[in-house]
Design a protein around this ligand. Structure first.
Ligand code: FES
Ligand code: FE2
Length: 371
């Protein structure tokens, strides 16, 4: 079997888009938060979000808030952001420097970075109390390819098993060595699945993205991951195009470990349920999705470039502005779709073969939500 299949070869299997219920029902949304977001491996950030020992971030995963910290031995810990005394959130700062401990703002119970309860005012006044029984609740955490992943569930599938298909696949982009160069935040009035479906096909590229199709043919490329938690493949850059930028020129040095073939393509992967990983010859772009309601998704988009791009005449804005415009073009059609699927006249429509990956994504989603 070929390593990469084009969407025609994969086929949409006569599949139709999802019924409106999946895009508008509060009940299904609540089920998604619990069953998908709180029960999956979720990427929460990049190592650059933890610049020092003691650096922490807080993130919402489903309905949970997690506190993730790099300790003084460079080990990562993920804790539920819930004091073991009366349940108070330990911090609502998105990020910060913890020093050696976290202290609850209410009655000052204090926890070490690894979650042990180490300080309780007037401890002797609490009957039958033992600190050991009141460590913070922990979540599984893994550092992989320079990205930090967590799992809120009680018995997570081992990370290497869940992501067996991608182990070593992205190593050549050396994501752990790249530096955060730009961030854009978007509030999109569309269901999170519409964003993933939109990212998974280029049937829409000609009408929606005039500049993109000048750089990369929507008919090019192939998909190598067509089932499972990571899905996608690559598109070819047109001859004479260096990367996805307004000018079409590379805006950083080519990442040194890429093969010639990799440096002539852009790879696009959905990491289910909330991450879009776009691997370019000269930079990496990551979208993180946060579902807020059935019809509202917050999206953070970040661009990572090699440090050496600073020493050269590079203009990361060439990439950032190109994708910012392209993102907005995608959000617009996703919002229009959200508005349309709520109509009493909406019925599921047929996917074309050129939307085979969106159809595959829906199949995977239905397996996960209906089991
Ligand atoms: S609620 Fe945290 S110390 Fe009381
Ligand atoms: Fe698009």
């Amino acid at each position: 079997m070929k390593e990469f299949l084009n969407s025609i070869e994969i086929g949409s299997q006569g599949q139709f888009t999802l019924p409106a219920y999946y895009y508008i029902a509060e009940e299904i949304f609540q089920r998604e938060l619990r069953q998908l977001f709180e029960s999956s491996w979720i990427c929460v950030g990049h190592v650059s979000d933890f610049p020092q020992r003691g650096s922490f971030i807080t993130v919402d995963v489903g309905k949970e808030s997690l506190l993730i910290v790099r300790d003084h031995q460079d080990k990562y810990h993920a804790h539920f952001n819930v004091c073991r005394h009366r349940g108070t959130k330990l911090t609502d700062s998105p990020c910060g420097l913890a020093g050696k401990s976290f202290q609850c703002p209410y009655h000052a119970w204090t926890y070490s970075l690894n979650g042990e309860l180490i300080g309780v005012p007037d401890e002797k006044q609490i009957p039958n109390f033992s600190r050991e029984a009141y460590s913070l609740h922990g979540a599984a955490v893994v550092s992989f390819e320079g990205l930090i992943w967590v799992h809120c569930g009680l018995k997570p599938t081992p990370f290497e098993l869940h992501f067996a298909a991608i182990v070593k696949r992205f190593s050549n982009w050396t994501i752990s060595d790249l530096e955060l160069t730009g961030t854009k935040q978007y509030e999109v009035q569309a269901n999170w699945k519409l964003i993933l479906q939109n990212y998974s096909e280029c049937y829409h590229c000609a009408p929606v993205h005039p500049r993109l199709v000048e750089l990369s043919s929507p008919h090019s490329g192939g998909n190598d991951l067509i089932d499972g938690p990571v899905m996608g493949g690559y598109m070819d850059l047109k001859a004479g195009t260096g990367s996805m930028t307004f000018t079409g020129l590379r805006c950083g040095p080519t990442l040194p470990s890429l093969t010639t073939e990799q440096s002539e393509r852009v790879y696009y992967y959905v990491v289910f349920p909330q991450m879009l990983l776009s691997l370019h010859p000269d930079y990496v772009m990551i979208h993180w999705l946060k579902p807020r309601s059935p019809s509202h998704t917050s999206i953070t988009c970040k661009w990572y470039f090699p440090l050496s791009s600073k020493n050269q005449k590079c203009d990361p804005q060439d990439a950032i502005q190109f994708w910012d415009q392209t993102n907005r073009e995608d959000w617009r059609v996703s919002e229009l779709t959200q508005a349309g699927v709520g109509s009493s006249r909406y019925t599921p429509g047929p996917y074309s073969h050129r939307e085979a990956m969106s159809a595959a994504l829906d199949r995977y989603y239905l397996q996960q939500i209906e089991h």
